[in-house]
Ligand binder design. Sequence first.
Ligand code: NAI
Ligand code: BGC
Length: 265
Amino acid sequence: MKPLEGQKALVTGGNSGIGAGLATAFAKAGAAVGINFHRHAAEAQALADSIRSDGGEALLLQGDVSNEADVQCMFKTFTDKFGRIDILAANAGLQKDAAITSMTLEEWRTVIDTNLTGAFLCAREAIRSFLAQGPSPVSPATGKILFMSSVHQRIPWGGHVNYATAKGGMKLLMETLAQEVGAKKIRINGIAPGAIKTPINEEVWSDPEKMNALLKLIPYGRIGEPEDVARAAVWLASDDADYVHGTTLFIDGGMSLYPGFGDNG
Ligand code: NAI
Ligand code: BGC
């Protein structure tokens, strides 16, 4: 039996990078997947085609996670099609980097609206659905949420105050909701990746000098791949992790271990 057999999973920002890795892995693990995308429809379509050609089930859902009406429409389309929702991976996110002195209000708001408010809106809809649909026929949890946070929920990040603030907020969003709705058999956790090779940080990994500097921050000595996160996400969403609730799983090759202290201090 596959670990997510018979379950219905929605991945926001599922067309690219880590989200695409999650959608692929969830489908391989037996789940029907909803792939939310904001832009890049062709990329989302190609991913859905590839999941279907492997025998999986995929539904494309266009929408901006920071837009309440879009999110509500996306959940309605998903539950109309699949009958229920078992797993939400609130993954969509972006960076708009700038030093504090030059960061515009728009750059601040876009990142907070997408990375934090977007996660709130999706989690709220998922929890409303979990409560309305009742117990799962296949899992002890009525529903599960995975928040895609970052090592920057813990590590301050100069030049990225909007992003680090959003991820810090996401940590308490996750923990508070886990405390609030755990008794309803809703299981909620966070994932905190370190540097994973995706379009979000292409500017770093495509430049050998910047990549070298980045590797000094990773004790395990390599950049991560979306599959590194996806494998762990499948486990965290599965019943093997049924007693894991309200915690953050760091998947970072040791980036959060203060590597600067490895031979210093
Ligand atoms: P990515 O740029 O490949 O993917 C981000 C996805 O979010 C894209 O599909 C994008 O279209 C979507 N998105 C952005 N704004 C959206 C909106 N308003 N509505 C719906 N979708 C929207 O980057 P990556 O790396 O895959 O990022 C995924 C998540 O992982 C983000 O939340 C990011 O903060 C987080 N993360 C990434 C790390 C990395 O090193 N790549 C490390 C830690 C966290
Ligand atoms: C950021 C990436 C960065 C990683 C490690 C993530 O949250 O989105 O750009 O490489 O953290 O610093």
